[in-house]
Design a protein. Structure first.
Length: 202
C-alpha cells in the first residue's frame, strides 16, 4: 500500500463550522493566520509619532515612482522570507504590481546613506485601507523598522480621512504581530489553512 497527497488546500475562518468536519475526516491544520483592524477614532497619534521617531536616523517617507527600482531590489531579496502558507503568501513584485497610485500607496524606510531597508504597501478602497505587505531587509530586522513603517502609513492616511485600517499575517511571524499591536491594531479574525491527510491507495 502506498500513500499519495490529494494536493488540495483549504483556507477557512477558524470558527467556520466546516473545520471540525474536515479535521474529523483526516485533514490537518498546516498554518494559522489572522486579521486585525484599527479604527481611526482609536488611533493614538502621539504614540504613532513616537514609533516613527524612534528609528532615527532611519527616515520613513512615502514612496515615489523614482523609488521603484529600490523597491523591486528589496522585494527580490526578501520574497522568500514570508512565513506561513498560502493565506499569507507574497508574490514577487513586478513593475506593474509595484506601481504607485491613489489606491496603491507605499512607504519606505531609508538609511542616511540612501539605502531602502523596509517597505509597506497599502491598498486604499474608499475610507478603508488594507495592508498588502510589510517587509524589512534581513540585516535591519529587530530594530523596530516594520513597526515604524506601519505607524507612519497610518499617520499619513489619517490625515486623508481614512476610517479603518486592516492588516494581517501569519501566526509564525511574531515580528509583524508585535508591530500591529504596538500601532494599535486589534485582532478580529483567525484563519486556518488545512490540507488533507495522506490518501491510501490499494
Amino acid at each position: 500500500m502506498g500513500e499519495t497527497d490529494a494536493g488540495e488546500t483549504a483556507v477557512l475562518r477558524a470558527d467556520d463550522q466546516c473545520v471540525p468536519a474536515l479535521l474529523e475526516a483526516g485533514w490537518r491544520i498546516t498554518a494559522r493566520s489572522w486579521a486585525a483592524q484599527l479604527d481611526a477614532d482609536r488611533a493614538d497619534r502621539r504614540v504613532l509619532r513616537q514609533l516613527v521617531e524612534r528609528v532615527a536616523p532611519v527616515v520613513v517617507q512615502e514612496l515615489r515612482a523614482a523609488d521603484l527600482p529600490a523597491v523591486l531590489a528589496l522585494d527580490a531579496a526578501t520574497v522568500d522570507d514570508y512565513p506561513g502558507s498560502v493565506a499569507t503568501q507574497h508574490e514577487a513584485l513586478t513593475g506593474s504590481s509595484a506601481a504607485l497610485s491613489r489606491t496603491r500607496r507605499g512607504f519606505g524606510a531609508w538609511t542616511p546613506s540612501g539605502d531602502l531597508v523596509g517597505t509597506t504597501y497599502l491598498d486604499v478602497d474608499g475610507d478603508t485601507v488594507e495592508t498588502a505587505f510589510t517587509v524589512v531587509a534581513r540585516d535591519h530586522r529587530g530594530r523596530g523598522i516594520g513597526t515604524t513603517l506601519k505607524a507612519a502609513s497610518v499617520l499619513a492616511l489619517l490625515d486623508e480621512h481614512v476610517v479603518r485600517f486592516r492588516t494581517g499575517g501569519s501566526d509564525d511571524n511574531p515580528a509583524i504581530i508585535a508591530a500591529g499591536t504596538a500601532v494599535g491594531y486589534r485582532r478580529d479574525e483567525e484563519w486556518v489553512t488545512l490540507e488533507p491527510g495522506p490518501v491510501r491507495r490499494r
